[in-house]
Ligand binder design. Structure first.
Ligand SMILES: [Zn+2]
Length: 342
C-alpha cells in the first residue's frame, strides 16, 4: 500500500431501501429472481461510489449481495439443513434460530467470486473482501454431525481456503476473515482457532486480515458490553498467538471502546486496522475525534502499518449516518497524515 494510513471499512454498509429493509440485520430481500440479481449489482456499485466519494482508499462491496456475513456463506454449502433449525446461544450472548449440520460440509461452487470479479471491473483501487472466520461460522450453527467444534471449524477452514484462492485469482487484494468469536472463546482460539485461521489462508499470496470486534451495534451486543467493566482486555488473551501467526493484518475495535490502547503493543510488527469509527452510535464522529484515536494508536503501531478503519460493519446504520462516518474517517486520517508529513 503506497498511501500512508490507507482507510477502509470493516466491511458492510447499509443497503438501499429498495433492496432490503433499512437498519435491520437479516433483512429479507425486496426483489426476486433476476431483478434481485441486478439489484444487488446496482447496490454494490452504489456502495463503491459512496466509498469513493468519501475518499476511502481500500474499497469493498459493502456486503450488498449478502443477507448476513455468516449465514449467506453457509447457505451455499452442502451438509447444512436450513429447514431443520435449532435455538443456540451465539457467542454465549443471545439466542438465535440456526440451521443444523447434518452431514459432511463442502462447497457446491464459489460463493462470492462472481461478485468479486464484478467489483474488480468497477475500480482500480485496492479491494478487500470479507469472509466469515471458521470459529464464527461454527458458532452460528447447530452441529449434529461432527459433534466437535474443532473438527467442524477445520472443515470450514478448508472450504474457506478454496473460496479465498478463487477470490485472490479474481483480483482481490486483501481477504479478511471476520472472527468476533475470537473475543469470546479464548482457550479454543489458542488451542485450535488460530490454527484453523492459518489453514484458511494457506497458500495465499494476497494480503490476509482477521477482524475481531465486539459486534454490531445491536442491543444484545451493547448490553453485553455493559457487563465487561471499565477495561476490556479480551484482546490480550489472543494477541500473543496472533502475533506469531501468518496473518498479515489485524482489524480491531478501538474508538469509544474500553480497550486499553497499550494492548496494541502485543502485536507490534503486524499491520493493524484501527477502528476509529463507533458503529454502535448514530453520532457522527468529528475528524478531530477520529484523529485522536489514530494518534493514540500510533504510540503502539508504526505509521506504515496503521490502517484507519471502522470498529465493525455499518449494515444496521442509516445510509446518511454511515456516509457521515465514512467522511469523518477520511478527514481524520488526513489530519494525521499531515502531522506525519510535517
Ligand atoms: Zn465486527
Amino acid at each position: 500500500m503506497k498511501v500512508l494510513l490507507p482507510t477502509s471499512t470493516a466491511g458492510s454498509l447499509p443497503k438501499p431501501s429498495w433492496l432490503a429493509e433499512s437498519e435491520t440485520l437479516w433483512s429479507p430481500w425486496k426483489l426476486q429472481e433476476q431483478t434481485l440479481v441486478d439489484g444487488k449489482k446496482d447496490a454494490l456499485c452504489l456502495a463503491l461510489h459512496q466509498q469513493q466519494l468519501a475518499g476511502i482508499d481500500i474499497v469493498s462491496d459493502g456486503e450488498q449481495t449478502r443477507q448476513h456475513f455468516v449465514t449467506t456463506f453457509i447457505e451455499h454449502l452442502n451438509g447444512v439443513d436450513f429447514e431443520n433449525r435449532k435455538i443456540v446461544k451465539i457467542r454465549d450472548r443471545y439466542d438465535a434460530s440456526v440451521p443444523t449440520v447434518i452431514g459432511p460440509v463442502s462447497r457446491q461452487k464459489s460463493v462470492f467470486v462472481e461478485d468479486a470479479k464484478f467489483l474488480r471491473q468497477q475500480t482500480d483501487q485496492p479491494i478487500k473482501w470479507a469472509l466469515p472466520g471458521p470459529m464464527t461460522m461454527i458458532d452460528t450453527l447447530y452441529d449434529d454431525h461432527y459433534k466437535s467444534r474443532k473438527e467442524l471449524a477445520w472443515q470450514f477452514a478448508i472450504i474457506l481456503n478454496q473460496e479465498a484462492k478463487e477470490l485472490e485469482a479474481a483480483g482481490v487484494d486483501i481477504i479478511q476473515f471476520d472472527e468476533p468469536a475470537f473475543n469470546v472463546f479464548f482457550d479454543e482460539v489458542n488451542e485450535w482457532g488460530i490454527a484453523c485461521l492459518e489453514r484458511a489462508i494457506e497458500g495465499l499470496k494476497c494480503e490476509t486480515a482477521v477482524h475481531i470486534c465486539y459486534g454490531y451495534g445491536i442491543k444484545a451486543n451493547t448490553d453485553w458490553k455493559k457487563t465487561l467493566g471499565n477495561e476490556w482486555r479480551q484482546y490480550e488473551a489472543v494477541f500473543p498467538k496472533l502475533k506469531a501467526s501468518n496473518i498479515d493484518i489485524i482489524s480491531l475495535e478501538c474508538h469509544n471502546s474500553h480497550v486499553p490502547m497499550e494492548l496494541l503493543a502485543l502485536i507490534r510488527g503486524k499491520k493493524v486496522m484501527v477502528g476509529a469509527i463507533d458503529v454502535a452510535s448514530n453520532v457522527i464522529e468529528t475528524p478531530q475525534e477520529v484523529a485522536n484515536t489514530l494518534r493514540e494508536a500510533l504510540k503502539y503501531v508504526d505509521a506504515d502499518k496503521l490502517y484507519p478503519c471502522t470498529n465493525c460493519g455499518m449494515a444496521p446504520l442509516s445510509r446518511e449516518v454511515a456516509l457521515g462516518k465514512l467522511n469523518a474517517l477520511s478527514a481524520g486520517a488526513a489530519i494525521i497524515r499531515q502531522e506525519l508529513i510535517a
